[in-house]
Design a protein around this ligand. Sequence first.
Ligand code: AMP
Length: 214
Amino acid sequence: MKLILLGAPGAGKGTLAKKLIDKYNIPQLSTGDMLRAAVKEGTELGKKAKSFMDSGALVPDQLVIDIIAERLKQKDCKNGFILDGFPRTIAQADALAKIGANDKSAKIDHVISLNVEDEVVVHRLAGRRTCRGCGAIFHVENLKPKVPGKCDSCNGELYQRDDDKEETIRNRLKTFNAQTKPLIEYYSKKNLLVNLDAEQDPDKIFEDAVGKLK
Ligand code: AMP
């Protein structure tokens, strides 16, 4: 199963990906996670990406295309994968199609579009807290940790991502609507699109996804 998760920031791509990797036993490839790791480690890539990420803009296409092209070559992707947060532009989608044309094990089967209104995204993301240790996600109202500020799984510190501040969220939404939303039509034309209502409970979204992927 080779999947793309397409959706606004906060649509629930990461949450759905975690459930799908357990079900299908395939890796989740999140360009956002890879870039955050590069920023944390202070690598050349991280230095190039940081200012774009902090402002809610996209990092240049070639940077993420190169990361994904390398990652898709690894053995664990040969039976499938879930792309979370890639592609985000038509140029990235074209580059991915080229990789898939040369290597059948990278040819996409389905593109899941997680559909959600902008205001729902703002509420979700402004309250989102992420664990510094294991990356688990909580919400100040909807998914409170047992101990405030601490992760239920690893006891790590919960923090608010810089790009989860309201002004940056609005910029990320603008970026999504302008640069990534056109991919819905792009993949619809290729008959790969699966639409999901992403304002539902995460378990229901997962159930709908599995039903439609059969
Ligand atoms: P995410 O965690 O997927 O919301 O990604 C966080 C940030 O990383 C985004 O706001 C972008 O700045 C950057 N980023 C992640 N994936 C991509 C991509 N495919 N293309 C360009 N920038 C990306």
